[in-house]
Ligand binder design. Structure first.
Ligand code: NAP
Ligand code: ZN
Length: 348
């Protein structure tokens, strides 16, 4: 066992305070990581503020983790002390079910174990990356390629894989028109990845305030969703819309922007039901679907893809005492484009 500095929220309204948490002793297949950077995902906010229900307090969020290997168990083959590594949304799964054995650990039939807020058999609850260290089964540890800046790579561990997986699955590439809905943490990485895949990328944002950035990230078009003209102009245009919005939306309005057989894939996780008349799907055979993070092999593939294509997150590096203020800014869509906690310098 080791004790590491960490942040914790004790209730939905508490905000964060400094604390220390226990990490398990390094088992044979474990990698002990000294965390340097932890991205702030909107899912951290949904959880810390109990917007999904089921938060187990005190909670230490953080599933966009980059750090250095401190020690490895005797059976670990893929990692050595000093390696730069990443950990994403998951830290364990059964390893034997039909999904685990096909690289889709995110759908483990026993339930994939989240990096934070997941109950463990011993009665404890997993604690995430807003902490100086973590011990993780090597299956759930990724190599961060040297070409990537470690702080800017951290958000790829969730925002990167969560957008890479559906973009690839739904054929983002040359000749395909892809719209990214919402240009926050996930959305801005999605724009970069879809452009790197060769797709024609359009951003649909609430306003035009981030237009220059969106075009610099690789989009060819940028529209404000608060302008009704946007819907008339882009009717029937897109092969794929990747919806990264964290808030409730009139989803049927966005379906109208799809071509016949077009796909609207949501990764955003607000809580209200969608309202969609069957005709909005039947008439043009549109597909309304979702996507959940990605499997482990695809995580490493995504990191290699990002290294090859120079895709990194745009970040604001913040101190451990600035997380509450950062949360408020994320909720206000005032993030450019991912807050990353400088764990190494401020939570040591
Ligand atoms: P984020 O940085 O807050 O970005 C969300 C963006 O949505 C905002 O930047 C804003 O973009 C847009 N938006 C916010 N409020 C809106 C509103 N009321 N109306 C219209 N647009 C609005 O959040 P994130 O970290 O990218 O996460 C996005 C969502 O994905 C969250 O719900 C998160 O929980 C979820 N998520 C899902 C998975 C998964 O596996 N499916 C993984 C990670 C995260 P504009 O300013 O451009 O309008
Ligand atoms: Zn996330």
């Amino acid at each position: 066992m080791s004790t590491v500095p960490a942040l914790e929220a004790t209730s939905a309204g508490s905000g964060f305070r400094r604390t220390t948490i226990e990490r398990r002793a390094v088992g044979p297949r474990d990698v002990e990581i000294r965390i340097d950077y932890a991205g702030i995902c909107h899912s951290d906010i949904h959880t810390a503020r109990d917007e999904w229900g089921g938060t187990r307090y005190p909670v230490t969020p953080g599933h966009e983790i980059v750090g250095r290997v401190l020690a490895v168990g005797e059976a670990v083959e893929g990692f050595a002390p000093g390696d730069t590594v990443g950990v994403g949304c998951f830290v364990d799964s059964c390893g034997r079910c039909e999904y685990c054995t096909t690289g889709q650990e995110n759908f483990c039939t026993q339930g994939v174990v989240g990096t934070y807020n997941a109950p463990l058999p011993d009665g404890t609850v997993t604690k995430g990356g807003y902490s100086r260290g973590i011990v993780v089964d090597e299956r759930f540890v990724m190599h961060v390629p040297d070409a990537l800046d470690p702080a800017r790579a951290a958000p790829l561990l969730c925002a990167g894989i969560t957008t890479y997986a559906p973009l690839k699955r739904w054929g983002a590439g040359p000749g395909r028109k892809v719209a990214v809905l919402g240009m926050g943490g996930l959305g801005h990485v999605a724009v970069k990845i879809a452009a790197a895949m060769g797709a024609e990328v359009t951003v649909l944002s609430q306003s035009l305030s981030k237009q220059d950035d969106g075009l610099a990230f690789g989009a060819v078009d940028y529209f404000a969703t608060k302008d009704p003209e946007t819907f008339a102009r882009n009717r029937g245009r897109f092969d794929l819309i990747l919806n990264t919005v964290s808030a409730d939306l009139p989803i049927e309005q966005y379906l109208s922007l799809l071509r016949v057989n077009g796909v609207l894939c949501s990764v955003g996780l607000p809580t209200e039901p969608y309202s969609v008349r069957p005709g909005a799907l039947v008439g043009t055979q549109r597909v309304l679907t979702g996507s959940m993070v990605g499997g482990l092999p695809e995580h490493q593939e995504m990191l290699e893809f990002c290294a090859e294509h120079g895709v990194e997150a745009e970040i604001e590096l913040i101190g451990a005492d600035d997380v509450d203020a950062a949360y408020d800014r994320v909720v206000a869509s005032d993030v450019r484009y991912r807050f990353v906690v400088d764990v190494a310098r401020t939570l040591a």
